[in-house]
Design a protein around this ligand. Sequence first.
Ligand code: S3P
Length: 169
Amino acid sequence: MKNLVLVGFMGSGKSAVGRRVAGKLRMRFLDMDAEIEQREGRKISDIFAHEGEPHFRRIERRVTQELAEREGLVIATGGGVVLDPRNVEDFRRKGVIIALGVGADSVLARVGQSAKRPLLQVQNKHEEVKKLLAYRDPLYRAAGPCVETDGKTIEEVAETVIALYQNHL
Ligand code: S3P
């Protein structure tokens, strides 16, 4: 079984949808952020605060290389995984990448208050989300077919993701 790899911005629903999809397909679910926290023995926000984003990206790169070699996983990636094109190439080799699309308003409504997103601990969250999204949205959409999530339930998104995955096997 090929891996099913979900990419998308913070708050696009990668973890919630991934978990639902994995349950329906009876595949194993793996959350990359949780995997990194477990391996490093601390929170992502701690890693950003003490070692900085470049260090986090190196860990993310290493974990990507490992996970991309495995099979049969539903993987919820971190929102920045597409910043390194090598990550996308690696995941594509043995997997199907599906992007989850989200607008700035939904991002803010879903994760705007969360302390778990170091990149959103800024004064003007709306501007920051718009700026990051403008840069990243094309990268998510270039990585694989995109499922829009604004105004949809987890169940609706999960069903569409499953249909796309099965079409791309
Ligand atoms: C990041 C997204 C986060 C996490 C880290 C960096 C990003 O994951 O990997 O805070 O660069 O967009 P989620 O997309 O699961 O929030």
